[in-house]
Write a protein that binds this ligand. Structure first.
Ligand SMILES: [Zn+2]
Length: 277
């Protein structure tokens, strides 16, 4: 499943080809995504200039003249830039055709989604699905001591485990399963600890760990930026070396004792019972 780093790298990869370009036309090969592609979209998008691309959590927000096109990649979605005359591949669902290039949504399992938010309905950030998202870990309001203070503040009284607290995405976005195990290992926090029991000082360390791990993943993906153009490959997760995730029974890089694997609400968690308290 594409996580925040993949979505951020997607944004960086397609931006130069899309921003400042006007839509020639829209082709819907198969609009039965997680929700049906809006039937008015062909007419709505035609001729509109893409002014900017923003990312909020795992949502890509394409700012057009009269509204925002929202794309979520779901489980298997990939956005790619290809020459507009290149023959579409199997599982290419939707393409936004510009002058020279086409932006193609390739999505074998069809859990991706495309919405249109007209300007007349107010700022896109106020949509419930965006408004309930936590802070962006890479934005200035999460940097320095701000991230730690925020996590500490919104976790008071919470008895759920820190793992689930982060994964829920209401306090901070982008800490998916892999990055959760990695950040908690980096901050030496046991994933089973109740979120409300963690001190402000430890949250400061955790916030820095989250930023560091996500930036590392984005940097690892940066090398695949060229894959967004005319690629026939299937870019998956970034090959980031992990210290805890997917390392069950391998020696901890700090204390050499075996990394443990447990399940928390159905998702695997990897941690060192000695180093993470
Ligand atoms: Zn250890």
């Amino acid at each position: 499943m594409p996580e925040l780093p993949e979505v951020e790298v997607t944004k960086l990869g397609i931006e130069p080809y899309v921003v400042g370009q006007a839509v020639s036309h829209l082709i819907v090969h198969d609009g039965r995504l997680r929700w049906p592609v809006p039937s008015h979209l062909k007419t709505t998008l035609q001729g509109q200039l893409c002014q900017a691309i923003h990312r909020r959590g795992k949502y890509l927000l394409f700012q057009f003249e009269h509204g925002v096109l929202i794309i979520h990649l779901g489980m298997t979605g990939v956005l790619r830039i290809q020459h507009r005359h290149e023959v579409p591949k199997k599982h290419d669902r939707v393409e936004i055709v510009f002058d020279e290039f086409a932006l193609r949504l390739h999505d074998p399992r069809k859990f991706g989604a495309i919405w249109w938010h007209p300007q007349s309905q107010g700022p896109v950030e106020q949509l419930p699905m965006l408004a309930r998202l936590g802070l962006e870990p890479l934005e200035p309001n999460f940097a320095g001591q701000l991230g730690g203070k925020h996590l500490h503040q919104v976790s008071r009284g919470r008895t759920i485990a820190i793992k689930q607290f982060l994964l829920a995405g209401h306090a901070v976005v982008g800490v998916g399963n892999i990055y959760c195990s990695e950040s908690l290992f980096d901050a030496r926090i046991n994933p089973k600890t109740a979120a409300g029991k963690i001190s402000e000082g430890r949250y400061m360390i955790l916030a820095e760990s989250i930023r560091k791990i996500l930036l590392r993943a984005i940097a690892a993906g940066g090398s695949s930026l060229k894959d967004f153009v005319n690629s026939h490959g299937e870019p998956g997760h970034f090959m980031m070396q992990t210290k805890a995730y997917d390392r069950a029974n391998l020696p901890c890089t700090i204390c050499q004792r075996p990394i443990k694997q447990i399940k928390q609400t159905g998702r695997s968690t990897f941690y060192c019972a000695t180093c993470q308290k």
